[in-house]
Structures are given as C-alpha cells and as structure tokens.
Design a binder for this molecule. Structure first.
Ligand code: A5P
Length: 230
C-alpha cells in the first residue's frame, strides 16, 4: 500500500531538516519509508563528521539502510527511552494525528515513536489532509484475520488483506503477521476509532497514531513547513 506521492526533493528537505535536530550523545528512533530514509542518510553523513549518536531502527529495511549509511545501532530492547524519533507518515491531519503503515512497519514504529521524548514526522505535501481518509493498516495475528475483519466491518470499515507484489499470497510483516488495509472513509473521530481497533482481540497494532506526533516537517519545493504541537 505504498502511498508516497511527493517529490524526492520535498522528502529530502523534510528528512534532512529533521536530522539536523539530532544532538550529540543522543539516541534516535529511525523511521521507515522513503522520507525517513533521507534523515537516516543525513545522520550517516553527520556521523562521518563526528556526531555521536545511536539509532533504533523501526524495520528490517531501516536497519539495512542505517548500516549502509554508517549509523551505529542499538536494539529496541536495549533502550528505555529515546531522545527523538524521526518517521514518515501516509497521512497527517491538522491535529497531527497520523495514518502510518504503508510499509507494514507501523507496529515497531509506534513503539519507537511513542518511546521518544520528541517525535518528529517527516512528510511531503501530498500527505497532508483536513480529515484522515486513507485506509488504516491493521497488523493482525495470522489466525485472527477473519475475526478481526468481522470486527472491522462491525465498526463501519471495509478490510482487505494486503497482498505481496513479488510473492504469491499475503504481505508478512517483520513480526510474522498479516496486514488488513481497512477503509473507513472520512475518519471523523480518530481517537475513537483508534480505541476500537486497539480493543479488538487479534490486532497486534494499527496504523492510527493519535496524539503521538510533536511536530510535522513538510518538505515543499522551496523549504520546510513546520507544524508543531508546542
Ligand atoms: C511504514 O510502515 C510507514 O509508516 C511509512 O513511514 C510511511 O508509509 C511513509 O513512507 P514514505 O515516506 O515512503 O511515504
């Protein structure tokens, strides 16, 4: 369900501006996706120039990229808090609520982003919306996919199992689970829907990130628009 629509330059501006926030001696959550990747590469260049930082990757793909980029890594289970997390989003509304999970990494992303003292979202203008209306990725235990799908329909949603593109069958997450992409139309009350999904047995994690983001950096054609909760 990759949704990315902005230009590489827009994403690069957002990612690099966020990476510039990272201070010496800190621990950083490294998000997943094409926009967060610009922040990871910028951090790698900063490490080359002497920055002392430890990164906590949110996915297999980001771990690979961070290693290639020269960012020293530490496991999520080796830290209790992080100073900052930098991560992308599939959609962001005016209250800084997010939909994430286009890359099926949202379960680990949510743990890392929520553990950070400051969570900075990096995005391009195609991700901004007055009301969240993209499909919500829901990671489910494989055997629970039909019972969760029924609960999603009861909640007014239309779930579909995410299919792999270069493999027969479904996408399997880094955690060994499946993903239901759930259409709800306009999501008028993200906190309420998030609570409903969180309370559904068999849901490992859903892609609604409610009240977690502290700031959103939107890369544009000539700069970065910063939206902040502060
Ligand atoms: C990964 O599962 C997602 O949450 C990504 O962070 C999100 O899809 C943003 O990716 P792009 O920056 O590639 O659009």
């Amino acid at each position: 369900m990759k949704t990315t629509g902005g230009s590489d330059d827009q994403k690069r501006r957002a990612g690099e501006r966020a990476a510039a926030l990272v201070e010496d001696g800190t621990t950083v959550g490294l998000g997943t996706g094409s926009t967060a990747a610009y922040a990871v590469r910028a951090l790698g260049r900063a490490v080359d120039e002497g920055l002392d930082v430890r990164g906590v990757p949110t996915s297999f793909a980001t771990r690979e990229l961070a290693r290639e980029s020269g960012v020293p890594l530490v496991g999520l289970d080796e830290v209790e808090t992080l100073d900052v997390a930098i991560d992308g989003a599939d959609q962001v509304d005016e209250d800084l609520h997010l939909i994430k999970g286009g890359g099926a990494a949202h379960a680990r992303e949510k743990v890392v982003d929520a553990a950070a003292e400051r969570f900075v979202v990096v995005a391009d203008p195609s991700k901004t919306a007055a009301t969240l209306d993209r499909s919500v990725p829901v990671e489910v235990l494989p055997d629970a996919r039909t019972t969760v799908a029924r609960r999603v329909r009861d909640a007014g949603g239309d779930p579909s199992l995410r299919r792999a593109e270069r493999k027969d069958g479904p996408v399997v997450t880094d955690n060994g689970n499946l993903v239901l992409d759930c259409e709800f139309g306009d999501i008028a009350d993200p906190p309420s829907l998030a609570a409903t999904l969180s309370a559904t047995p068999g849901v490992v994690e859903h892609g609604l990130f409610v009240g977690l983001a502290d700031a959103v950096y939107v890369g544009t054609d000539d700069g970065v628009d910063v939206r902040s909760r502060d």
